[in-house]
Design a protein around this ligand. Structure first.
Ligand code: 13P
Ligand code: ZN
Ligand code: NA
Length: 283
């Protein structure tokens, strides 16, 4: 069955590797990341966005993930990515998700604390993981002036207070990464990651995993990032593989003929990410 991600991530933090968390949008994408985890013998976090939950249904996603977890030889958790709707969080928990993200990072600190406390209380009643965010991931541009940048990134003292007051199990502090593919190289505040890791002992989550150069991922992980979220890169290569099939054969009408190569491409890319994060061979 699906497991909570808390203990998996605590072990990752203690042993200085990160678990890859991969956003999926279709059954084939879910199967591809599961097959990758099996082959790499890696613990796995499958994620879905709120949009995908609304598109497919939390119950369908959870049912598919449960079948995968029951068959797998590696531990698998199912996580709800960036959510600020309490009702969606509760329906995902009811459907069987074993981890949820309450993202109230766009609200003032006190509201973020209050919302996160509420979700932690519900999650603790059923023994599942909660991730919360401090600071603002994304929209952090390279040329932003230092004061503005400082205001957007997570403050180590606030992180300590936030974890203490909410009891949140895992924390995503904004440290300079952004969602999507970067125009240049991301401007990651490594010093800040180190100070946050010193201030809190919960596993830290690296958002915006697509497009971060390998050395930067390794450095962030060595400093305490214990989960790395990857979404955009996977969507692009899955779609590109399908486009390639149609470019070769515009009349193709058997979904298996374009889904199989897309799955294969996704699986290979996910195995690479697992090797990069250091979670391969840790199951
Ligand atoms: P990317 O789309 O940059 O991989 O970010 C993923 C993410 O942070 C999902 O929460
Ligand atoms: Zn994110
Ligand atoms: Na990114």
């Amino acid at each position: 069955s699906l497991v909570s991600s808390t203990s998996l991530l605590q072990e990752a933090r203690a042993k200085h590797y990160a678990i890859g968390a991969f956003n999926v949008h279709t059954l084939e994408m879910l199967q591809a990341v599961v097959e990758a985890a099996e082959e790499a013998q890696s613990p796995l976090i499958i994620q879905s966005t709120v949009g995908t939950v609304k598109h497919l249904g939390a119950d369908y996603i959870a049912a598919a993930a449960r079948v995968a977890a029951d068959r797998a030889s590696v531990p698998i958790a199912l996580h709800l990515d960036h959510c600020n709707e309490f009702s969606v969080i509760i329906s995902c928990i009811r459907a069987g998700y074993t981890s949820v993200m309450i993202d109230a990072s766009h609200s003032p600190f006190e509201e973020n604390v209050a919302m996160t406390q509420k979700v932690v209380e519900a999650a603790n009643a059923v023994g599942i993981n909660v991730e919360a965010e401090l600071g603002k991931v994304g929209g952090v541009e390279d040329d932003i002036v230092v004061d503005e940048r400082d205001a957007l990134l997570a403050d180590p003292k606030e992180c300590a207070e936030f974890v203490e007051r909410t009891g949140v199990h895992t924390l995503a502090p904004a440290i300079g990464t952004a969602h999507g593919i970067y125009k240049g190289t991301p401007n990651i505040d490594f010093d800040r990651i180190g100070r946050i890791a010193e201030a809190v002992d919960v596993p830290l989550v690296l958002h915006g995993g697509s497009g971060i150069p390998e050395e930067q991922v390794k450095r962030a992980v060595s400093l305490g990032m214990a989960k790395m979220n990857v979404a955009t890169e996977l969507r692009i290569l899955f779609s590109d593989a399908i486009k390639h099939v149609f470019a070769e054969n515009p009349d193709e009408n058997d979904p298996r003929k374009y889904m199989v190569p897309a799955k294969k491409a996704l699986k290979a890319a996910v195995i690479e990410k697992m090797q990069l994060c250091g979670c391969a061979g840790r199951a």
